[in-house]
Write a protein that binds this ligand. Structure first.
Ligand code: URA
Length: 241
């Protein structure tokens, strides 16, 4: 953000007045005097002072969104292959937000988007153990051995998954339906876990992220999270409010 705009946001005065103060040499960024126009401020990290008094940092509004991600969208902010991103799907024109963790192109379900870096870290780092629940349709009919393996942990590319909660919902010869709860987020983890036990996934939907579900939402819809929903998620990761 331009320095004079930032100063005006901090309540110093109009942008013109702020420009005057800059020209008079009364403004410093991180202790360095600024006397020319066109200088930008990093609102998160820079310290701006006027007459040696630090201006109060302007806090960026924190945004938390829940999207019922549809199939055929990617969770990156841009795609070199021209595939549709979740932000394009939403028609998002607001300030920068990022997906909190990822879902595959073909996976549907709960996706949170936010500009809160600390929150993103806490929701996705396995050490905070925030649970993610998936509804899976898999090939074939997983037996007790396969289910036990998934529950205990399976090896995928040299990484052994943490114990998972697995429930068999429907078992048929050709396809079966299961629910699996994990707290890790390795790339394509659920698909790779089922592949490892010989039952590739044919349909995958994330039904829950912590205490957040898709209740009342249609595929493709999104909404802002209520404060109490954000607080609930933060509590899951260890209590920061
Ligand atoms: N596990 C997967 O395999 N894919 C996802 O999108 C999420 C978890």
């Amino acid at each position: 953000m331009r320095l004079q705009k930032y100063m005006a946001h901090c309540g110093v005065g109009s942008r013109r007045k702020c420009e005057e103060l800059i020209k008079q040499g009364r403004v410093y960024i991180n202790g360095k005097q600024v006397t020319t126009m066109g200088v930008n401020v990093n609102v998160e990290n820079d310290e701006v002072s006027l007459d040696r008094t630090q201006l109060l940092k302007l806090a960026e509004e924190k945004i938390y969104i829940l999207l019922y991600k549809p199939k055929g969208t990617i969770t990156s902010v841009s795609d070199p292959h021209g595939r549709k991103t979740v932000l394009e799907h939403m028609g998002w024109k607001g300030s920068r937000i990022y997906p909190v963790g990822r879902l595959d192109y073909d996976t549907e379900g709960v996706l949170i988007l936010s500009n809160d870096g600390e929150f993103t870290y806490e929701m996705t780092h396995p050490k905070y153990e925030v649970e993610k629940e998936y509804y899976c349709v898999v090939e074939g009919s997983p037996g007790l051995v396969a289910i036990r393996q998934l529950r205990q942990g399976v090896e995928i590319n040299g990484f052994v998954t943490s114990p998972a909660k697995v429930t068999l919902i429907e078992q048929q010869k050709k396809h079966s339906i299961l629910r699996i709860v994990i707290h890790e987020g390795k790339n394509r983890q659920v698909r790779r876990m089922f592949e490892a036990v010989g039952h590739p996934v044919v349909y995958l939907r994330r039904e829950k992220f912590g205490n957040l579900s898709l209740k009342g939402m249609q595929v493709g819809e999104w909404r802002k999270l209520a404060d109490k929903e954000v607080k609930g998620l933060k509590l899951l990761s260890g209590g920061r409010e």
